[in-house]
Design a protein around this ligand. Structure first.
Ligand SMILES: NC(=O)c1ccc[n+]([C@@H]2O[C@H](COP(=O)([O-])OP(=O)(O)OC[C@H]3O[C@@H](n4cnc5c(N)ncnc54)[C@H](O)[C@@H]3O)[C@@H](O)[C@H]2O)c1
Length: 257
């Protein structure tokens, strides 16, 4: 996979899937700009990778704020001269049945999970079209395709990202920009761990139960997703466009009984 010298912006790049992506892309020789709302983790991650001689800069920013997104894209291009790839990965999870939904939770989910990717696309695409090349990978979820109990708005936000990605493909790929999405199943990250809070069963037992249900008999690791995204962003994946790649160990193949 050739990511060497590519300038890659990763949103939500300082925890879980995004952190693994940031580290793997940097190890492949990319110039990574990783952004999130985790100042301390972001600074520490960038320092750790820089200490190994790898290229990684942290930018503090909220993907649901247009000023933040616009200025991070502009600073990236100003400092590094180009923007080859974006991994629009930042996301949040909220758990509640629709009858208990507060509008604050609704807007939080939609602002981070849908408006964030929209803003990233809005500001990255003009740069990529000027260059005549670029790739944007979105992180959606298998939750876009299944009735994930108690997560109706989260599921809807992730399904919307798939629709967004497909429309961008028809609108902008003729001018050199490729779009893909990764759809993880159950991945062992801080987000997943936080979702176990409030259950009577300890997290380890819950994880073991989930792993037994997945055809490959294990949960996913952030690196499983990062390796797939690294390939999708590379030139070797140049004919993969408008596609959703599922990373779920076969969960979606299971019969409904
Ligand atoms: N873990 C899973 O099982 C799983 C499954 C399917 C999809 N996903 C999706 O993968 C993505 C990454 O999730 P994760 O499990 O690594 O979670 P995580 O909580 O470990 O990481 C989320 C990252 O997003 C950042 N973030 C949150 N709100 C932000 C904002 N407004 N602006 C900028 N950054 C923000 C956080 O700071 C963090 O770096 C999310 O989009 C999530 O919905 C996760």
């Amino acid at each position: 996979m050739h990511l060497k010298d590519k300038v890659i912006l990763v949103t939500g790049g300082t925890s879980g899937i995004g952190e693994a992506c940031t580290e793997l892309f940097a190890r492949h020789g990319a110039q990574v700009v990783t952004m999130s709302i985790q100042e301390e983790q972001g600074t520490a991650l960038a320092r750790r990778l820089q200490a190994e001689g790898l290229s990684c800069q942290f930018e503090y920013g909220d993907t649901s704020r247009e000023d933040d997104v616009q200025s991070i894209v502009a600073r990236t291009v100003e400092r590094l001269g180009q923007l080859d790839c974006v991994h629009a990965n930042a996301g949040i999870l909220r758990n509640q049945r629709i009858t208990d939904l507060t509008l604050d939770d609704f807007y939080a989910l939609i602002n981070v999970n849908l408006l964030g990717p929209v803003l990233i696309a809005k500001h990255a695409i003009p740069v990529m079209e000027r260059q005549g090349r670029g790739v944007i990978c979105f992180t959606t979820s298998v939750a876009a395709e299944i009735g994930f109990p108690g997560h109706a708005v989260y599921c809807a936000s992730k399904a919307a990202v798939v629709a967004l990605m497909r429309c961008l493909t028809t609108d902008h790929s003729p001018r050199g920009v490729r779009f893909v999405a990764v759809s993880p199943g159950t991945i062992d990250t801080p987000m997943l761990a936080a979702s176990c809070a409030g259950w009577d069963t300890p997290k380890e037992e819950l994880y073991a139960q989930v792993a037994r249900k997945i055809p490959v008999q294990r949960m996913g690791q952030p690196l499983d997703v990062a390796q797939a995204v690294a390939f999708l962003l590379s030139d070797e994946a140049g004919f993969i466009n408008g596609s959703v790649v599922h990373l779920e160990g076969g969960t979606l193949c299971l019969p409904p009984w």
